[in-house]
Design a protein around this ligand. Structure first.
Ligand SMILES: [Zn+2]
Ligand SMILES: [Zn+2]
Ligand SMILES: [Zn+2]
Ligand SMILES: [Zn+2]
Length: 139
């Protein structure tokens, strides 16, 4: 009889797992492999810890579920809030994320999905168009 092995809830790997403090899910224990300044999502645990409301909410010791938390909402710009609640580093995503409209500061493109944007600088968001990404990098 084979027992179902635990797997990382984000990428499905089954080795080197640990449990998240915030939500008790299996996740890759790969933090040490992270390469600074690489844009590859090499670390599931790091990504979940740094880029999700789940972990923020836990670390700030807010009450209740992060999905219903007003404090979390106040803590971030709306687009960051929505991104942190719906990005692929979440085990459970916001079911009804507030509608947002983000504008690329370089070309004026508008969208309500963070997936259409590649960079955020102090000037604002840059979309995924090549010329806009390039602009953001040289900023
Ligand atoms: Zn993983
Ligand atoms: Zn979590
Ligand atoms: Zn919270
Ligand atoms: Zn653009």
């Amino acid at each position: 009889m084979e027992k179902k092995k635990p797997a990382c809830g984000l990428c499905g790997r089954t080795s080197n797992l640990t449990k998240t403090d915030c939500c008790d899910n299996w996740i890759c224990d790969d933090e040490h492999k992270y390469v600074p300044f690489s844009y590859e999502a090499t670390s599931c645990s790091r990504n979940h810890r740094r880029y999700t409301l789940c972990s923020f909410h836990y670390n700030e010791r807010h009450d209740g579920k992060w999905q219903d938390c007003e404090k979390c909402k106040e803590e971030f710009d709306l687009e960051d809030y929505v991104d942190m609640g719906t990005n692929e580093f979440n085990f459970e995503k916001l079911s009804n994320p507030p509608k947002i409209s983000i504008k690329c500061v370089n070309c004026g493109f508008k969208s309500n999905s963070m997936n259409d944007f590649a960079y955020k600088t102090s000037k604002g968001m840059y979309c995924i168009k090549h010329k806009c990404q390039k602009k953001a990098m040289t900023f």
